[in-house]
Design a protein around this ligand. Structure first.
Ligand code: GRG
Length: 365
């Protein structure tokens, strides 16, 4: 069978272009020019701000000050009387954008800045929780495992996780578990997909119930997502996409099997997706860049450089071409110094999660 993949040919970037990425993202974050409004499509603007601000926080220690007041003021315009939060002013509230807004507020340490009424927002989230333990995305009633994670993650960050029946919520997540490959799909009986596996494992980690899965079987399936180019896909027979450097690697990190991936090959793929002129990362080498892929390229590098337990010198497999222009040992050291540590469950900097009282579970081999 022919493997679907991309060719890693031509002159592809080999160094992390940190200052270019900061410049690229600041164009979005500089609210004084109303750039979020011009550049980020309205229906996902709140998540766009979360991707951009999280990526900037990972690279830039001065970021906290820049744009804080404007961004918090923008969130306030999206808060509805029922406590729910929308993607942009004038839109309906939705659980995914409520989660993004809470993540932004927590990272700015602004939960108690009177932007939201925490109890009302927790009540909105509970209103989307169904009697079978699943979560709807909004009042229209669609159910998806992404919404389970958004519900659990939001309530955990608000300090209100004890207001739902967590065991029942996790029982629903486990209904989406596929015993054949150890993965999870969007709903019971759906195909396993790396993005939905991340949502499920993050939920199980928050609930302390990771012992309910077969971590070896799932780790094997996740490691098989790596293609000859070094990039990762989200399910069999699909092309690699940089965003799986988050969904797959965060999942492997949570279950303690990140080292089942060839980190050096993946480094080459991740760096190749950068745009040397504009900064930013795209889904595949040579493609258009955007804040979504930029965040997940950086978070992938963060996980690999901070959490991969092998000594970089010893872990370069013999079949790697050492004349390929990569100085792996120094690359990893310099990346871990340039990009802060990301938390694999919340996709927020580890230093922000350390400020909360949230207890997370991780597996080890
Ligand atoms: C806090 C990081 C964070 C997330 C919040 C929204 C969400 C919770 C999780 C989304 C998980 C998910 C479904 C990710 C996959 C995104 C993606 C690239 C979807 C594309 O799907 P297909 O079927 O792609 O078009 P493939 O790669 O399978 O062809």
């Amino acid at each position: 069978m022919l493997t679907r993949d991309v060719e890693m040919t031509g002159s592809l970037p080999k160094e992390l272009l940190l200052s270019k990425h900061i410049h690229f993202l600041r164009k979005y974050a500089d609210n004084s020019n109303e750039n979020y409004e011009q550049l980020m499509v309205e229906y996902l603007r709140m998540s766009g701000i979360y991707w951009t601000t999280t990526a900037l926080q990972l690279m830039d220690s001065d970021f906290d000050k820049a744009g804080r007041a404007d961004i918090l003021a923008m969130i306030k315009t999206c808060v509805h009387p029922n406590g729910g939060i929308s993607a942009a002013k004038g839109h309906d509230p939705h659980l995914l954008y409520t989660f993004s807004a809470i993540q932004i507020m927590v990272s700015y340490d602004a939960l108690n800045d009177q932007i939201i009424d925490i109890d009302k927002t927790a009540q909105y989230i509970r209103s989307l929780h169904k009697s079978d333990g699943s979560f709807m995305g909004d009042s229209w009633g669609e159910v998806d495992i992404r919404f389970s994670f958004a519900g659990i993650g939001s309530l955990a960050l608000l300090g209100r996780l004890d207001t739902i029946d967590l065991d029942k919520t996790i029982d629903y997540v486990m209904l989406c578990y596929n015993t054949i490959d150890g993965g999870f799909g969007s709903r019971p009986g759906s195909e396993s997909h790396a993005g939905l596996i991340y949502c499920s494992l993050a939920s199980l980690s928050i609930a302390g119930q990771l012992d309910r899965i077969d971590a070896d079987l799932l780790g094997w399936w996740l490691a098989e997502r790596q293609l000859p180019s070094g990039g990762l896909n989200g399910r069999p027979e699909k092309l690699p996409d940089l965003c799986y450097s988050w969904w797959v690697l965060a999942s492997l990190t949570i279950i303690g099997r990140l080292h089942w991936i060839d980190k050096h090959k993946l480094l080459r793929f991740i760096l190749a997706t950068q745009d040397e002129e504009t900064g930013g990362f795209g889904d595949r080498p040579g493609n258009m860049v955007d804040p979504f892929h930029t965040l997940f390229g950086l978070t992938g590098l963060s996980l690999l450089s901070h959490q991969y337990s092998c000594d970089p010198n010893e872990s370069i497999p013999a079949d790697h071409n050492t004349d390929d222009g990569f100085d792996y040992a120094n690359q990893w050291k310099s990346i871990s110094e340039k990009i802060k540590q990301i938390n694999p469950v919340f996709c927020m900097t580890q230093s922000v999660i350390n400020r909360t009282n949230i207890k997370l579970q991780y597996l080890s081999l």
